[in-house]
Design a protein around this ligand. Structure first.
Ligand code: AMP
Ligand code: GLY
Length: 426
């Protein structure tokens, strides 16, 4: 079959790499892709939110399935766009309807959904622009630190945690009254702070049944020892040691089942991935957030641990026969080290040549912000997160060591990466 994958990050390169191994693939296109996906399939210069161009391309190229990598087109309703178009209706879209994508697109919706279905999450209240005085009063009923979340998508920057009440007041004014995140902060969720270790749990669902994928841990902060500002993610490991059978059974019963049943009972069409951002509070899982896509850089550790053909699984999602699907994991540990541009997550230069990419490593290199320079065919940096190095080994520490060896051999000006990943696993 012919597949179009939307996105351009390390997540999409890892998904493309896996899809390309399937005997069922005739042609694989990635829009817009990066230098890495260009080797795995065919890149097409279409923006992920340009639905009319996507339609044109899909019809021109006999695409059978569209897989949506990032959240934005889902929140903008790409699945509905296909459903409502006579020519596109039969084409499978992997990704939820606009209504399902609210799990990520509106924190207020997600919190209310969890409350309706008894899913454990931090206590909260939502306030809109006219209610900033009430919001400040509510803050005073909570213990610090204070967690403020812009309701809508804010490129991963919409969550602010303040220790000081005056800082919290200021942030609140900024979000609610000064539209710091535009429309996304017209509503703000204020919630109780939860203390524990985070992990990312993923399922594939056809809206009725679901399959558990390998879980992962992501390292979000730029600095060693989890310090400094948040990034898109500086690395990941899978499996997560504390996610043992007992803990995962709690996740299944308290979180995954009621989420899938909740979607079904509310008639929300959902065919795709659900990413549960969880926190382990004294051996009890709580949902910090839902995402309606795979995580990045979690995918770079999760996908290599799936043995089963991904096209087979996604076809089962599309025709709602996931109940009869099987999935096998590679029992080994995966570790991903993200190489980033100097300056990231602040501003950073682009366009530096990347060397050391073709040395026949045992590790996998998943490209994120990279681009081919048409003039000389060189691969250049084109984003904050540049290359994810993933290794598989019998232990997480060995996998990390192997990824670090490769990380040292890849070269570009300003290259930075965290050297302490997995420190918390020992
Ligand atoms: P998000 O952008 O929703 O992934 O949130 C960013 C980060 O904020 C999360 O990964 C957590 O580390 C932290 N966070 C969000 N909500 C809470 C909470 N209720 N308690 C503690 N930390 C939180
Ligand atoms: N790594 C976190 C995310 O993809 O949102």
């Amino acid at each position: 079959m012919n597949i179009l994958l939307l996105g351009s990050g390390g997540r999409e390169h890892a998904i493309a790499w896996k899809l390309a191994q399937s005997a069922e693939i005739k042609k694989l296109f990635i829009a817009p892709g990066n230098a890495g996906t260009g080797h795995t399939g065919i890149n097409v210069p279409i923006d992920v939110n340009d639905f009319s161009n996507i339609k044109f391309f899909v019809l021109e190229n006999d695409i059978d399935m569209v897989i949506v990598g990032p959240e934005e087109p889902l929140v903008n309703g790409i699945a509905d766009y296909f459903m409502e178009d006579e020519l596109l209706r039969e084409i499978a879209v992997i990704g939820p309807s606009k209504s399902g994508a609210r799990l990520e697109g509106s924190k207020d919706f997600a919190k209310a959904f969890m409350q309706r279905h008894g899913i454990p999450t931090a206590a909260y209240r939502t306030f809109s622009t006219s209610e900033s005085a009430d919001a400040k009063e509510f803050l005073r009923s909570l213990k610090p630190p204070y967690v403020l979340k812009a309701d809508g998508l804010a490129a991963g920057k919409g969550v602010v945690i303040c220790v000081d009440i005056n800082d919290a007041d200021r942030e609140l004014t900024d979000m609610l009254d000064n539209a710091r995140f535009g429309k996304a902060s017209e509503k703000v969720v204020i919630e109780e702070f939860l203390s524990g270790i985070e992990l990312s749990v993923f399922i594939l669902t056809d809206g009725k049944s679901w399959l558990l994928l390998p879980e992962a841990k992501d390292y979000k902060r730029i600095g060693e020892g989890d310090t400094g500002p948040n990034t898109g993610g500086m690395g990941s490991v899978s499996p997560v040691p504390f996610a043992d059978a007992e803990f995962m059974e709690k996740v299944r019963i308290r979180i995954i089942e009621p989420t899938v049943q909740g979607l079904l009972s509310e008639n929300i069409d959902y065919k795709g991935f659900i990413f549960f951002g969880l926190i382990n509070v004294n051996e009890n899982p709580y949902v910090i957030e839902y995402n309606v896509r795979m995580g990045d850089p979690e995918t770079e550790s999760v996908i290599p641990r799936i043995r089963t053909d991904l096209v087979y699984l996604l076809k089962k999602v599309a025709d709602q026969s996931l109940h009869s699907a099987h999935i096998d994991f590679d029992e080994r540990c995966a570790a991903t080290v993200m190489l980033v541009s100097g300056g990231y997550p602040g501003s950073y230069p682009k366009g530096y040549v990347i060397g050391g990419l073709d040395k026949g490593y045992k590790s996998m290199l998943f490209h994120a912000g990279t681009q081919i320079d048409e003039k000389d065919e060189s691969v250049k940096t084109a984003g904050g997160r540049v290359i994810a190095v993933t290794s598989l080994a019998n232990t997480a520490i060995e996998a990390l060591q192997q990824s670090y060896e490769v990380a040292d051999m890849i070269e570009f000006q300003g290259k930075a990466f965290r050297k302490d990943l997995g420190y918390d696993l020992i």
